[in-house]
Design a protein around this ligand. Structure first.
Ligand code: NAD
Ligand code: GLY
Length: 364
């Protein structure tokens, strides 16, 4: 298919960068070569993505006479660890990569988060490019500079804010994405509508089936609108001292599900979907959403093929896991809740009893 492209900018002054979104972009040397300063790059990817896209990227880089040091990691959330991170450092040190060498993360959010963290740490910071290949990474994780690995006690607990120089979201890569992963990505797309973009939420209610059948125009619109929302929030609050935290709707519960079930059991997007319904339930208990709104939210997640109930870990386990959340301040849990569809707020208002009741109601 003919390459088509839309570009957004994450406006962070001297650290601003473009997000290119379109079909066939990985083949366009003019998009990527201007961001690379040396004749060698490191491409961090995994055993699933490498056979699909490493050669495409390599042949594009070859047009600029740039050679590739591939670092092919094991695939899975359970490998988002120190041990795997060290494999990147071992390869880069072994190949004498320099501070000016560019690291390209080619893959989903796990590769993007780990590659970005490696780039942030290696010789105190090397240039870094995101080439996201899942829907979730194209609409969320590749944008905004959050990089991390997991710890047994909590998701994404060890990391850094470190912005890429470029995000290249090639929609062609979504052709090979398994259905379950596509659906998981939709959880983060729906999130933008819920937290701050009611018109987009309405559009999603009318177009969710088109996204599920991978209609390219619908996907291009959804990725663009999601990234536009994210770019605005990141530009306003890069290090999450305020409104960026709204992007965490459903995540405090979701991260508890991912950690409690064992990394990789529930996909991130699936855990966020169930977590969003717990947050909606709690918002209803607080008198903000009505029961009709909660059903409306449940309905869109069901249509997207996502879970709307969390696993029964027990309220005490949820609360213990949630106590590690990065939004905890002075020991007090803060949650992203919904005032209405299209308007999220950060709140300390819910009591432990109310949180427990929402978990009970929404976990089977
Ligand atoms: P993932 O990276 O595990 O990718 C999902 C699966 O799809 C993997 O098996 C992967 O190998 C495979 N895959 C990737 N691209 C493919 C393609 N084009 N065709 C076929 N298979 C492909 O999962 P994800 O959903 O992309 O990302 C989830 C991760 O992102 C979590 O670790 C989460 O914490 C993180 N995250 C980070 C941020 C952030 O702001 N940094 C935001 C949201 C999520
Ligand atoms: N995915 C949450 C954030 O980037 O802030």
């Amino acid at each position: 298919m003919q390459a088509m492209k839309n570009t957004l900018v994450v406006a962070l002054e001297e650290r601003s960068y473009p997000i290119h979104i379109g079909v066939g972009l990985m083949g366009l040397a003019e998009l990527i070569l201007p961001h690379i300063k040396q004749k060698k790059v490191v491409v961090v990817t995994n055993t699933t993505v490498a056979p699909l896209y490493l050669e495409v990227l390599r042949s594009t880089l070859k047009k600029g006479e740039i050679s590739v040091l591939p670092v092919v990691l094991p695939d899975g959330e359970q490998f988002k660890t120190w041990e795997t991170l060290n494999l990147i450092f071992d390869a880069m040190l072994g190949a004498r990569c320099e501070r000016g060498t560019t690291l390209i993360a080619l893959g989903g959010g796990v590769i993007g988060d780990m590659g970005g963290f490696a780039a942030a740490c290696y010789q105190r910071g090397m240039p870094f490019i995101q080439v996201p290949t899942t829907l979730l990474s194209q609409v969320d994780s590749s944008v905004g500079g959050k990089t991390a690995i997991n710890h047994p006690l909590g998701k994404n607990m060890i990391g850094a804010f470190y912005q890429p120089k470029l995000v290249l979201a090639d929609l062609s890569t979504l052709d090979t994405l398994p259905d379950r992963e596509l659906k998981a990505g939709l959880a983060e797309v729906i999130k933008y509508g819920l937290i701050r973009d009611p018109d987009f939420y309405n559009w999603l209610e009318s177009n969710i089936e088109k996204l599920l059948t991978r209609d390219k125009e619908a996907l291009a619109y959804a990725v663009h609108r999601s990234c536009a929302n994210k770019a605005e929030l990141v530009a306003a609050d890069e290090k999450e001292s305020g409104e960026r935290a709204l992007l965490n709707l459903g995540h405090t519960f979701g991260h508890a599900i991912e950690t409690g079930m064992g990394y990789g059991e529930w996909l991130h997007g699936e855990a966020v979907a169930a977590g969003t319904l717990i947050a909606a339930e709690l918002s209803c208990q607080l008198g903000w959403l009505n029961a009709k709104d909660v059903s409306r939210i449940e309905n869109i997640f069901v249509r997207a093929g996502l879970p709307v109930f969390g696993p029964k870990l027990g309220v005490a386990s949820y609360l213990e896991l949630m106590s590690h959340d990065k939004k905890v301040q002075d020991g007090k849990l803060r949650l992203v809740l919904l005032k209405e569809i299209g308007m999220a707020v950060m709140s300390e208002q819910a009591s432990v009893a109310q949180i427990g009741a929402a978990i009970e109601a929404r976990c089977t």
